[in-house]
Design a binder for this molecule. Structure first.
Ligand SMILES: C[S@@+](CC[C@H](N)C(=O)[O-])C[C@H]1O[C@@H](n2cnc3c(N)ncnc32)[C@H](O)[C@@H]1O
Length: 192
C-alpha cells in the first residue's frame, strides 16, 4: 500500500513537491514532531544534525516507514494517533511538520489548535498543503468536485482554505508560497 501511494504521488512529487520539501525541511530543528508522515516522504530532506529527536505521528504507522535508517542516530519515537488529540505535553516541540495532512483531518481547526498547543512560543510550523485555488472559476470547480473527491479519496478535501485556518489557529505566517496553479501552498508559520 505504501509503495502504491508513492507511485500514485510520483508525478506531483517530481513536478513540485520534491523541490518544496527540499527547501523547507532543512529548517526543522530541535525537538521535532511530524504529523501525518505517511510513507516518510520528508525524511530524506531533514538536516538530521539539527534535530535532537523526532516524534512521528500518524493514524497508522506502517512497518516500512518505521525501518527508516537514514537519520544518523537521531532518536525516533513512533505514535499512532490523531492530530486532533496529540499525546504530548504543551510547549514541548521546537518544530512541527505537516505536509498534505490538513486536507483530510476531520476538524482542521481542532488539529491546528493541538499543533499550536504542543509547540513552544516562537516555535515553527512547516507546512505544505493543497488548497482551494484563488482564481474564482477554478475554485468553484473544486467546490463542485469536492463531494465526489471526498468519497473516492477516503476523506481528502480539495477546497479548504488551510492558510487562513493556520492564521486563525494563532500562528503568524512567515514565508508562504503558492504554486501549481494556486493549488499548493507551502511555508512556515510561528506560534505566537
Ligand atoms: C496524503 S498523506 C501525506 C503523507 C506525507 N505527509 C506526504 O507529504 O507525502 C496524509 C497522511 O496524513 C495522515 N492523517 C490524516 N488525518 C490524520 C489525522 N487526523 N491525524 C494524524 N494523521 C492523519 C494519513 O494517515 C496519511 O498518512
Amino acid at each position: 500500500m505504501d509503495k502504491l501511494f508513492d507511485l500514485f504521488m510520483y508525478p506531483l512529487e517530481a513536478a513540485a513537491l520534491r523541490k518544496r520539501r527540499r527547501s523547507l525541511m532543512r529548517k526543522a530543528q530541535g525537538r521535532t514532531l511530524e504529523i501525518g508522515a505517511g510513507t516518510g516522504a520528508n525524511f530524506a530532506y531533514y538536516r538530521w544534525d539539527r534535530i535532537n529527536e523526532i516524534d512521528v505521528l500518524d493514524l497508522s504507522v506502517g512497518q516500512a516507514v518505521r525501518s527508516y535508517d537514514g537519520a544518523n542516530g537521531t532518536p525516533f519515537h513512533w505514535h499512532e494517533g490523531d492530530v486532533e488529540r496529540l499525546p504530548f505535553a504543551s510547549g514541548v516541540f521546537d518544530t512541527v511538520v505537516s505536509t498534505l495532512v490538513f486536507c483530510s483531518v476531520h476538524d482542521p481547526a481542532r488539529g491546528l489548535s493541538e499543533v499550536r498547543r504542543v509547540l513552544n512560543t516562537g516555535g515553527t510550523l512547516i507546512f505544505i498543503e493543497h488548497v482551494r485555488p484563488h482564481r474564482q472559476g477554478f475554485a468553484r470547480v473544486t467546490d463542485a468536485l469536492n463531494p465526489l473527491w471526498h468519497t473516492l479519496s477516503g476523506e481528502c478535501n480539495i477546497n479548504r482554505d488551510t492558510l487562513r485556518a493556520i492564521e486563525k489557529a494563532g500562528f503568524v505566517l512567515r514565508r508562504t508560497r503558492r504554486s501549481t496553479g494556486g493549488l499548493l501552498i507551502d511555508g512556515t508559520a510561528t506560534r505566537v
